[in-house]
Ligand binder design. Sequence first.
Ligand SMILES: *Cc1c(COP(=O)(O)O)cnc(C)c1O
Ligand code: SF4
Length: 334
Amino acid sequence: MLKSIPFQNQNSWQECLADLITDPNELLKILDLKPEQLDLSMDVLREFPLRLPRSFANRMQVGNPYDPLLLQVLPQQQELKAFPGFVSDPLAEQQFNPKPGVLHKYAGRVLLMPTSSCAIHCRYCFRRHFSYTENSPDKKQWIDSLQYILADTSITEVILSGGDPLAISDKHLEWLLEHLAAIPHIQRVRIHTRFPVVIPQRITQQLCDLFLRYQLRFVMVLHINHAQELDEEVNAACKKLKEAGVDLLNQSVLLKNINDDPETLISLSERLFTCGITPYYLHMLDKVKGSGHFEVSIQTAISLMTKIRACLPGYLVPTLVQEEAATTNKTPIL
Ligand SMILES: *Cc1c(COP(=O)(O)O)cnc(C)c1O
Ligand code: SF4
C-alpha cells in the first residue's frame, strides 16, 4: 500500500536538501524492512554515500524490499561484484573537455556543469566515481566557459548538467542565464535535472519567473525511471514549469528489476504524458563499475521496445539509445 502523499510538507527546497536521508538504517525503519530482507551493504557508502530526499522516500511502498524506487538508491553488496566490461569512467569524457567544466562533444550543443552535487544518489549513475565535492567552478572559470561559447557561433544550445544544475541557488542561476541571454547565437538552454521529481519544492515561483524573463527557450530533461516516481506533488511542479513556458522531456535508464518489463514502461510513458512530459530517451546502462547488477541485455531491450511500440502511440515511445565514448551523437539502437 502506498503511503499518503506528503502535501503537508511545506519545507523549502533548501530545508529538504539539508535533511536528506543518509543512513540506510533510517530508511529501513521508515519502510518497515529488516536488513535480512535486503542485500544491504554499508561498505559501498564510503565511495558513494546514500543521499535520499524524504519526499522521494515517501513514494516507496512500505514493506516492499523490491520497491522500484528503493532499488534505485539502496546500497547493495552486489555493487562490489566485478562484471566484465564495467569500468570507472565508461564514457572517457575528459577528451572532450576544452575548458574545465565545459563538455563540447555534440555539434551545436555544449554542456556546462555548474555543480557536481546531486539531490539524490542513483546507484547506477556513471558519475558515481567522480569526486562529489560541493565545489562549484569559480567565477573566473565561468567567465572562461562563457567566452568559449561566445567565440563559437555554431553553438545554439547550452545544456546545464552536472551533478544536478538545480542544486545551485537561484542567484547563481540568474547570473548564468543573464550572461547566456546576452550571447546572440544562443537560442536554447536545456537543463538536465532530477529536482522536480526528487524535491518538487525546488520549482518555486521565483525560479519560474527566471524562465519567463529571458528571450531564451527553456527545455528541461527530467530523469524518471518508473511511474511511481510521479505523484501529485511532482505533477503540480511540472504544471508550474509548463506555465513558465518550459518544455519537458524525460530520459530513463533501462534497469533490471526496476523497469525492464513492457507493462512498467507503458505505464511510465502514459503517466509522463499525463504530467505534461514527453518521453525522450530510454538509455542503455552506462557500464560503470558497481552497477553490473542493473544491466539489461541489448536483445531484451530491443524486444521490450517492440512490445511497447505495439501498445503506445508513436509520440509516447522513447528512443532507445546507447552512449558511446567516441561518437558525436547518441547511438540509437534499432
Ligand atoms: C547526451 C549529451 C548531449 C545531448 O545530446 P542530445 O541527443 O541532444 O540529447 C550533449 N552533450 C553530452 C556530453 C551528452 O552526453
Ligand atoms: S547525475 Fe543524475 S543519475 Fe547521477 S546521481 Fe545525480 S541525479 Fe542521479
